[in-house]
Design a protein around this ligand. Sequence first.
Ligand code: NDP
Length: 255
Amino acid sequence: MVSTEQFDLSGKVALVTGGNGGIGRGIALGLAGAGAAVAIMGRNEDKNQSVLAELEAIGGTAMALVVDVTARDTLPDAVQAVANELGDIDILVNNAGRAHISGGILKETPEDWDAIIDNQLNSVFMLSKIVAESMAARNFGKIINIGSMYSIFGSSLVPSYSAAKGGVIQLTKSMAVELAEYNIQVNAILPGWISTDMTTDIEASEMGDVIVARTPAARWGRADEFAGPVVFLASSASDFITGASLRVDGGYSIA
Ligand code: NDP
C-alpha cells in the first residue's frame, strides 16, 4: 500500500553537491522539506551561507561546506565532516557542475576537456566511491546523479560536457549493478532546459524562445521542480528502481 509516509525522510542524512546553486538548491530545499538533514557543498561561501539559512528556516539540521569537488584529496575529509556533524550519509546527490561552451572539438583545448571531465564526471566517481563505502557497510543508500539532455544528445558546442554527462548515465548503471547487493539504489535525473545561473544568457537570447517552441510543455523548467523527483528517488517508494534515468524536461527529449 502506498502512503505519504513513504516520502518522509526524517532521520536520513543527505549530501547535495552544488547545493548552493539553481537545481542543487531546489533539491536541497526539497529534501529538507521531506525531513532529511541536509549538507550542501559548493565553492562559494556566500552562496553556501544564503542557502544554509533557507535550509535552517525549514527547521531541520543542515550544514554547508566550502569544497571544490574536483579537489579529490579533500573529499574524504569533507564526507567525514558531514558524518561527524549530521551522521553517515544516506542520500548522495551528485549535482555540482558547470558547462564550458567551447564551440566543438576543433576549438576545444585538451585543458578545457580535462577540466569539464574532472568537474562533471570524475567528481561523481570520487564522491560516490567514498560515500558508497559507508552505505554498503550499513546496507542502505540512495545515490542520485544529475545528467542532462546531453547525456543522450550529441552537441556540436559542448563536446566535453556531453561526453561527461553521457558518462554519468553509464556510471549510474554500473554502480546500480554493483551496489544492488548492498541495498543501494543508484539513479540519474536528466534535466531539460532549466532557468538557473548556468542558463541565464541562453534563456535571454533568441535561443531561449527556440527552446520554448521545441518543448512540449512550452516553457523553461524551474529548479524547484527537481524536489519531487529527487525526494521520490531518495525515498522507499523507489526501492525497486535502480539504474534508471528519469527525464525532467517537459517532454523536450521525446518531441
Ligand atoms: P548553477 O550554475 O546554477 O549551479 C551550479 C552549482 O554547482 C553551484 O552550486 C556551484 O557552486 C556548483 N559547482 C560547480 N562547480 C563546482 C565545483 N568544482 N565544486 C563544487 N561545486 C561546484 O547550475 P545548475 O543548477 O543549472 O546546474 C546544476 C547541475 O544540473 C549541473 O550538473 C548541470 O550540468 C546540470 N544541468 C543543468 C541544466 C540547466 O538547464 N540548468 C540542464 C541539464 C543539466 P559554486 O559556484 O559555489 O562552486
